[in-house]
Write a protein that binds this ligand. Structure first.
Ligand SMILES: Cc1ncc(COP(=O)(O)O)c(C=O)c1O
Length: 469
């Protein structure tokens, strides 16, 4: 090992150069100079990053950092309008250094006193915004929305099974099912599969013309489940859905679930962040009636991957999720300690997940986040109007958030796909596509705070260019 690997002065010198490189990169990317995605075929990328490690090492870290920056996908580019991945606040890159250096994994309190406290405060803050009673509510942060949905649904299973399914496994016959709309993110179905329900026992509830769960269809699906002697693990509502950002009628779903004593989980991975804005919060009316709720900070709160809040209206349920004990980590009698988080998560060691959001909220204030959210939703609304005004173009649905799906004029499914592929490969924009009711739609998520109307006009002009793709 080189003598200086743990030398503070070597770290200081390299750190200054690395931050300079990142700041230069940011200036270039935010100015729109490099391609959004420097497209390379997968084998070419693999050839560029071989496992050619030597016994003595000796590579220049700055050279490697420069190559990583050049070859990566540039989410800070204002013309990145693709998946629901944020252009993280640059401040969080510095906090990432802090988190990595400290390595205070949050499984037990003594391994992360600050991270544990920050996590608790964030979770209680989110709970209050959702309308939960802070004295009863609580939860955890997980590495992403998929893990978050699974964590919540594990608790739902424990609550909706009249025996200790965690210890015993399923008693025959396994009679549980899960209800979610036909627009639900695949992590919900996957959670049910991980839970041993089988994908076939996830019942898709039909949606309306705006891709929102139809309450009367939910009633019918619940009636049918009951008639067949099926127990319902949970009903999952989306806020909003992945494809279009549709927000299910949470108030109606909550009322139905309450009347039948069924667990109501809201997958708010994308639009749950709207709770931070007074103007947008009413779009989530009813969310406070859910038993559990997931919000991804790495989607609509400008955080890097990953930080998901998993909230329970009654925190006790979150301790029931994992009743397994690891006696060398914590004392069995102390199950309800909020500060030993591994009681309640899939993970043992976690990253310092709370640091970025906690510090960013302290530094920038909640209004900053509210204005960001509102600006992206307003831009989506403007974009929808512009699409509707273009001859031959089609809008899938008026956006309820910042996701806009459309078809450019000029051709059918094959045209839309080919145009997208050409644009992604040339690196002028990054957008994605989705299938809705059997047709191919171009899909944009207006998540980058730097994306403007001019960028979107340029995208439309590019798609209207004679001879597109
Ligand atoms: C609605 C919804 N739920 C859950 C997820 C999964 O979140 P993650 O990618 O953080 O695992 C996504 C991801 O796009 C999503 O859109």
């Amino acid at each position: 090992m080189p003598d200086n690997a743990y030398d503070p002065e070597t770290f200081r010198a390299l750190g200054h150069r690395a931050v300079d490189a990142l700041a230069d990169h940011l200036a270039q990317v935010q100015g729109g100079t490099p391609p959004v995605l420097p497209w390379r075929e997968p084998p070419e990328s693999l050839r560029a990053w071989p496992a050619d490690f030597t016994r003595g090492g000796g590579a220049d870290p700055m050279h490697l950092i420069a190559r990583v920056l050049e070859g990566s996908h540039h989410l800070q580019h204002p013309r990145y309008v693709g998946h629901q991945c944020s252009a993280p606040l640059p401040l969080t890159a510095l906090l990432g250094m802090v988190a990595d250096l400290l390595n205070n994994g949050t499984a037990v309190y003594e391994m992360g006193p600050v991270s544990t406290a920050m996590e608790r405060s964030l979770v209680q803050w989110f709970s209050g915004l959702a309308g939960y009673d802070p004295a009863r509510a609580g939860g955890v942060l997980t590495h992403g929305g998929s893990a978050g949905n699974l964590t919540a649904l594990l608790a739902a299973r424990q609550a909706s099974t009249p025996y200790d399914v965690w210890e015993e496994g399923y008693r025959a016959p396994m009679d549980l099912c899960l209800l979610a709309s036909d627009q639900t993110h695949y992590s919900v179905r996957r959670s049910a599969q991980v839970l041993g329900l089988g994908g076939r026992n996830v019942i898709a509830v039909p949606t309306d013309e705006r891709f929102r769960m139809r309450p009367e269809a939910l009633e019918a699906a619940l009636d049918e489940a009951e008639a067949r002697g099926r127990r319902v693990l949970a009903v999952v509502g989306s806020a909003g859905s992945t494809a279009t950002g549709a927000i299910d009628p949470l108030e109606d779903i909550a009322a139905i679930c309450e009347a039948r004593g069924v667990w109501f989980h809201v997958d708010g991975a994308h639009s749950g962040a709207f709770l931070v804005s007074d103007r947008l919060r009413p779009r989530l009316a009813g969310i406070g009636r859910a038993h559990s709720l997931v919000i991804d900070a790495h989607k609509m709160l400008m955080m890097p991957s990953l930080a998901t809040a998993v909230l329970f209206r009654d925190e006790g349920h979150s301790f029931e999720t994992f009743s397994q004990q690891a006696s060398y980590l914590f004392d069995r009698s102390a199950r309800q300690e909020w500060y030993n988080l591994a009681h309640r998560t899939l993970e043992c060691t976690k990253r310092f997940l709370s640091l970025d959001l906690y510090v960013a909220l302290q530094v920038l204030g909640t209004d900053y986040f509210a204005r960001y959210l509102e600006s992206r939703v307003d831009l989506a609304s403007w974009f929808a109007d512009a699409i509707e005004a273009r001859p031959g173009w089609e809008l899938a649905v008026r956006p309820e958030g910042n996701i806009v799906c459309f078809r450019a004029g000029g051709g059918g499914d094959a045209f839309q796909s080919a145009a997208r592929e050409a644009i992604v490969r040339e690196g002028s924009f990054h957008l994605v596509k989705t299938q809705l009711r059997g047709r191919t739609w171009l899909r944009t998520t207006l998540i980058n705070p730097l994306t403007t109307r001019d960028d979107l006009t340029a995208l439309m002009d590019r798609l209207d260019r004679p001879g597109t793709p």
